[in-house]
Design a binder for this molecule. Structure first.
Ligand code: ADP
Ligand code: MG
Length: 457
């Protein structure tokens, strides 16, 4: 009888697999043979490890002779085959360690649980950093630089179109470039859940788990959809994967349309685990940042667009960067396709199609100051002027606070409006009021009331 060592056993099975793929057909191979493991060879009996009972019966009933013949040919001696279930594949089973040595990982780790490729445009270089995203950006960079070592998990949330996917993928790009051997996986929670469902259906849980539990950087987008598909089952599987990766210092980054405490999930352990990492939000960029983003995108498209045009677009579209970009691309297309000079009415027409349906008229800084002045019995001129007596300073601080909260003017432009004060003075006023709001109920009521009058629903 041939002597077969452990590595010899792996090699033997590796040699058999492509032959068997041809003989049993690709579908059977993918479903049942791809993720099998050779367990032993003794007394002319070859023991094959299969993922579950279903695979075992299927192979035994239909393919035992084919496998036996194939091994007989390779070993040049008669071989009998027995099957053995080596991994339990029930959805709630704990993740077993990978029984397959890495030498056979090529056939053993199926790559048909596809992940989404990264968009080459979503890099850190292409991301404009400003107050609205500074913290999330810094955390993302830190995580990309030393995955698994700093913030784990990193949880990024914002409304739609404000750069979550961009940041997630920027982390992915850095990971791939700096650690070429690392397995970086980006996918949406919805894809994860869908793949899970097919894995359960096709009895391929072992392969599914193997794939996701041997990842170095896991980027999960739009986690809010995790519970939408198969509810508790996908939550539970997500939770297991998440825990396994965090416990082995693999990096997990999650994007969501809401902070963890507002997520529609049932699993409270999962929620509290999500809150244990770093939670960073992305807010709407102010108008200057929007112009900077447009400039960067226009440069990336290789199209020159006049600054007034960019400013006009940035003023009209305020709450969603994706929409902003859509309008710009249309303008770029126009510029590069026609030789016509772009006129303002043309720009207006293009932008009108995209306008963020900000049907609600935004309140202006002027209106805020007028309102606060009337409520506090002082004059608009004094509020915008240099006086520093308490009767003026406090209303001015309230107006500054409301201007920052209710308009998207930058600190600099609010400062300019209030008699050329610099942005640190404005920020100081803003913080002063926010602090009082949390400590003084009277201030809270007064300002809530002003806010409601200035911005009725
Ligand atoms: P979300 O995932 O939050 O819905 P995306 O990441 O898809 O948003 O961003 C929408 C678009 O806005 C993308 O094209 C992205 O490149 C762009 N974008 C968002 N934030 C920035 C930024 N700070 N700098 C440059 N582009 C940005
Ligand atoms: Mg997104």
């Amino acid at each position: 009888m041939a002597e077969v060592t452990a590595t010899g056993l792996q090699d033997l099975w590796r040699a058999a697999l492509p032959v068997l793929a041809e003989r049993v057909g690709q579908a059977t191979y993918d479903a049942f043979l791809r993720n099998t493991t050779p367990v032993g060879y003794d007394e002319n009996v070859f023991i094959l490890g299969v993922a579950n009972q279903f695979a075992k019966s299927w192979l035994e009933e239909r393919h035992l002779p084919a496998i036996g013949t194939c091994l007989t040919e390779l070993l040049e001696e008669p071989v009998r085959v027995q099957m053995q279930v080596v991994e339990s594949a029930g959805p709630s089973a704990a993740a077993p360690p990978l029984p397959v040595p890495i030498t056979v990982s090529a056939p053993a780790v199926p790559d048909d649980f596809s992940t989404t490729p990264l968009n080459p445009k979503y890099t850190f270089e292409d991301f404009v950093v400003a107050d609205c995203n500074r913290f999330a950006h810094a955390a993302a960079q830190q995580v990309a630089k030393s995955p698994g070592k700093s913030y784990n998990p990193l949880f990024i949330h914002s409304k739609v179109g404000l750069g979550k996917t961009h940041l997630l993928q920027a982390i992915g790009h850095t990971g791939v470039n700096q650690h070429p051997e690392a397995r970086v996986v980006y996918l949406s929670a919805e894809d994860f859940a869908n793949q899970l469902i097919s894995a359960i259906r096709d009895n391929r849980m072992a392969a599914f788990r193997r794939k996701y539990r041997y990842v170095d950087v896991w980027l999960v987008d739009d986690i809010q959809f995790i519970a939408a598909i198969e509810g508790p089952v996908s939550e539970e599987e997500f939770f297991h994967t998440f825990n396994t990766l965090c416990q082995t210092d693999k990096q997990v980054v999650i994007a969501s349309d809401a902070p963890p405490r507002h997520l529609q999930i049932m699993n409270d352990r999962l929620r509290s685990r999500l809150e244990m990492g770093i939670v960073a939000d992305l807010r709407c960029p102010d108008v200057e940042t929007r112009v900077a983003i447009l400039e960067k995108k226009a440069a990336a498209e290789g199209v020159e667009v006049a600054r007034e045009i960019l400013e006009y677009v940035a003023q009209k579209i305020e709450s969603n960067i994706r929409v902003l970009e859509g309008a710009l691309l249309k303008i770029c297309a126009y510029v590069s396709l026609t030789s016509e000079e772009l006129t303002m009415p043309m720009i207006e027409e293009i932008v009108a199609d995209y306008s963020t349906a900000s049907t609600q008229e935004r309140v202006t800084v002027e209106q805020i100051v007028e309102h606060v002045a009337a409520a506090r019995n002082c004059s608009v001129e004094d509020m915008r002027g240099p006086k520093r007596n308490q009767e003026i300073v406090w209303p001015r601080q309230i107006a500054v606070y409301l201007a920052r909260e209710l308009t998207d003017n930058s600190l600099a432009s609010i400062g300019k409006f209030f008699g050329g004060r610099d942005h640190s003075t404005i920020l100081h006023a803003y913080h002063k009021v926010s602090e009082l709001l949390t400590n003084d109920e009277k201030v809270l009521w007064e300002i809530n009331d002003m806010r409601a009058r200035l911005q009725p629903d």
